[in-house]
Design a protein around this ligand. Structure first.
Ligand code: SF4
Length: 374
């Protein structure tokens, strides 16, 4: 959805067609390597690879869709069901590994919805005009010396309110490894989105609920052939699952005390902010940080739009960089035909393609609903 119903926010691209449009990815890629930014930025060549979809990106989009439905309209019976519809709707563009990904995604979302959330304080999604603020395409006008200067765009995963009526943004991530601390103090996206939210809503935002979902699910502890339940401390499980396995095996109130150590260890892993499978970091930004961000944003965009801006690679990290444009970049510097690679492996990014599976997922959902009603 677009924030057309929030004061001061309309389709800014249509209103100011000559203004540069900036995303967080532009700021990050510009700082990382100007040549990369030149290839991928909407402000420049706006290119993306045309081959195989990147599995991690596809999977993350599906998980976001499940969370969006769960914390929004709840049009699907569960977050896992929404994920399944996403997988069906992306037939033809999904990676070859989609079957395993389907099982993993459903299990991750079921765990989150049916267990993790039920034991924790939740945040309420903010609704405006009967619309839940989930997966919100936002635009925000940046002014320089009082004049419109640039459009800053992005997507809020959610706009939330806590029990003390404070506003937060939601940011969901899927991760192979969970990071429970650090790294977020300097995260540009967190600063940029908090800044944009305050501008759009005209109210103070506490910060961002940065929620990581491990790409794994807790396992049911093994019943040993010799009797009893495994006490292997490496097992990926949760306190609730382990306790349930013990109760199923020994009966309520009859769990032997030699499981206390294991139970205590698992209980210590359960915190208000999460456990090893889903973890929330609450990240705040103060007004000074937001003002500094605005100053730096204007400086960077001023450089980006300069006609004299030199474009060169950041070869100091070329050897190890995971850049989509590496083959083009190397070909450019060794004098090979890089235009051939660009023509055959890349195309201009299509803004609408990003979401064209949504209509199909909704249509499939409606069909199933009607089938169930008949
Ligand atoms: S390969 Fe490295 S140096 Fe070349 S464009 Fe990509 S990030 Fe820049």
């Amino acid at each position: 959805m677009r924030f057309t119903n929030v004061k001061g926010c309309s389709d800014l691209r249509a209103k100011y067609p000559k203004l540069p449009v900036v995303h967080v990815s532009d700021l990050n890629s510009y700082r990382y390597c100007r040549r990369k930014w030149d290839f991928c930025s909407y402000m420049r060549q706006n290119l993306e690879r045309v081959d195989e979809p990147i599995e991690a990106f596809w999977f993350g989009t599906g998980i976001h869709f499940g969370l969006e439905d769960l914390h929004g309209y709840k049009e699907f019976p569960s977050a896992a069901a929404a994920f399944e519809f996403f997988v069906m709707a992306t037939e033809g563009s999904r990676p070859d590994t989609w079957r395993e990904a389907l099982e993993l995604g459903k299990a991750m979302l079921d765990y989150y919805e049916l267990e993790w959330l039920t034991n924790r304080r939740d945040y309420q999604t903010v609704w405006i005009d009967k619309t839940p603020l989930v997966e919100v395409d936002f635009q925000c006008l940046i002014r320089r010396n009082g004049r419109p200067f640039a459009i800053f765009e992005g997507i809020f995963d959610g706009v939330l309110k806590d029990a003390y009526h404070r506003f937060w943004l939601a940011e969901y991530k899927t991760a192979k490894r969970m990071s429970t601390s650090g790294k977020l103090e300097n995260d540009t996206q967190i600063t940029a989105y908090t800044y944009a939210a305050e501008k759009i809503f005209g109210t103070q935002f506490e910060g961002i609920v940065h929620q990581q979902h491990l790409k794994d699910t807790p396992s049911i502890p093994q019943v040993l052939k010799t009797g009893g339940i495994s006490k292997n401390k490496q097992i990926k499980t949760t306190f609730a699952l382990y306790k349930k396995a013990l109760v199923d095996y020994y009966g309520e109130g009859k769990i032997p005390s030699d499981y206390d150590e294991m139970l205590n260890m698992l209980l210590e892993n359960e915190q208000e902010n999460g456990n090893g499978f889903v973890w929330r970091n609450l990240v705040r930004r103060n007004p000074m940080e937001l003002a500094s961000f605005e100053k730096h944003l204007i400086m960077m965009v001023s450089e980006m739009i300069s006609k004299k801006l030199p474009i060169y690679p950041n070869s100091s990290h070329m050897a190890g960089c995971m850049c989509d444009f590496k083959s083009v970049c190397l070909a450019m510097d060794e004098g090979s035909d890089y235009g051939f690679i660009l023509d055959n492996e890349f195309a201009r990014r299509d803004r609408d393609k990003r979401t064209d599976w949504r209509a199909k997922a909704a249509e499939l959902g409606q069909k199933i609903k009607k089938g169930g009603e008949n």
